[in-house]
Design a binder for this molecule. Structure first.
Ligand SMILES: [Zn+2]
Length: 391
């Protein structure tokens, strides 16, 4: 596993946003005038779109609403939907929408045939899922309360106790049960992404609603506090899956970035050795293959029940799981607003290590140039003065 090698962008194998719903009209009027504002109106309380049959997630509409031009904020909900839909349709090309629709059908086929083993996993029960310290910190919902249960062993990587052992056990056995079903029925399932050959997409067999809650009520408050500059407060879609490592599974995972703004990675078990994560700095698209600075090197060892939270653009990989069997729950959280706005931006010095380094270097050079200029003038000044004195 070479760290000098190119970083792979770890993509899903399918359009997993899974928010397609209903028929998409063929003719799309090209409203080039439809644009979002760069900064949201944070005082504005967006409408709820939950009751509408839309081809994009209702959450997405609510989070986009704050970015509408001021004149549109208080118009009828239908007009806002239309305006935002135009933008979203432009943002997701037709081929993509067809894939989303196909994926929805694939998912429906699984859900109507697969019999869940532990129904209690399919709706959010915070008291049964999370350890008390985590629940309490999120309930308080302040940066201070989050910090009180977390460590930040390297800038931008947060580690904390999250899941109850009982919940980990139930989820593991549910995944096992699903894989048994896949094996018995010879159902061809899609793997979580282009890099993992083992593992399963939890959203595909009924856990989407529960994981949406996990993102909305638990990951988003944390991300709002720690990752606001990459859309942490506007996370609106997710991709939830488990990955399995071991000698008879995937062994390790190459150096990559996630297709997410914020990634939650929780170890579910079981017994294993090895499998450490290695982190190598946060990078924007343009700088994804640039050198690692020594202060960016960080290695993390998994502990069952413990979670880590980091930006999707934080380059990382997993070392070989040398014995036993390791299963992790991954939640890739995305912000459509951030993805739309990112298109108009060039400088990511707020979070990209290399953009920041370049910016500092430009500043250093500009300071040096100014100093030179001043010295030169100072050098000239006495002469001028001398000339004047002589005259
Ligand atoms: Zn950059």
């Amino acid at each position: 596993m070479s760290l000098d090698g190119a970083v792979e962008r770890r993509k899903e194998t399918q359009a997993g946003t899974g928010n397609g719903n209903g028929v998409v009209t063929a003719s799309v009027p090209s409203y080039v005038t439809h644009r979002l504002r760069l900064n949201p109106n944070t005082d504005h309380k967006p409408d709820s779109y939950e009751d509408l049959q839309l081809e994009f997630s209702p959450l997405l509409f609510s989070s986009l609403e704050r970015y509408l031009p001021p004149t549109l904020l208080n118009v009828a909900r239908e007009s806002k939907v239309q305006y935002m839909r135009e933008i979203l349709l432009r943002y997701s090309p037709e081929g993509e929408r067809t894939r989303v629709q196909k994926h929805r059908e694939y998912r429906q086929k699984i859900i109507s045939n697969y019999q869940p083993l532990h129904r209690e996993l399919y709706t959010m029960h915070a008291d049964n899922f999370f350890v008390p310290s985590f629940r309490e910190a999120v309930r308080e919902n302040t940066e201070e309360s989050f910090r009180s249960i977390m460590t930040e062993p390297s800038p931008g990587v947060f580690a904390f106790e999250m899941l109850q052992p009982h919940f980990c056990g139930l989820l593991l056995s549910e995944v096992e049960n699903f894989e048994k079903w896949v094996h018995e029925t010879k159902f061809r399932i899609m793997r979580p992404n282009t890099m993992n050959k083992h593992g399963a997409v939890l959203d595909d067999f009924g856990l989407e609603t529960m994981l949406d809650k996990l993102m909305e009520d638990f990951v988003r408050p944390l991300s709002k506090a720690f990752f606001p500059e990459v859309g942490g407060s506007t996370l609106d879609t997710h991709h939830g899956f488990v990955v399995e490592y071991g000698m008879d599974r995937d062994v390790d995972l190459g150096f990559h970035v996630d297709d997410s703004e914020v990634t939650l990675n929780v170890c579910l078990g079981k017994q294993f050795s090895g499998g450490e994560l290695f982190f190598r700095g946060i990078r924007c698209e343009k700088h994804v293959n640039t050198e690692t600075q020594s202060e960016e090197i960080f290695d993390y060892s998994h502990v069952p029940g413990r979670a880590i939270l980091h930006r999707g653009r934080h380059r990382h990989g997993a070392r070989a799981t040398t014995s036993g069997h390791r299963i992790n729950l991954l939640l890739w959280c995305r912000s459509s607003v951030f993805r739309e706005l990112r298109k108009y931006q060039k400088d990511f010095s707020g979070w990209c290590g290399e953009c920041l380094r370049e910016k500092k270097e430009r500043q250093r050079q500009s300071v040096a140039a100014t100093k030179m200029e001043l010295l030169k003038r100072e050098g000239e000044a006495p002469k001028e003065a001398a000339k004047e004195a002589a005259s």
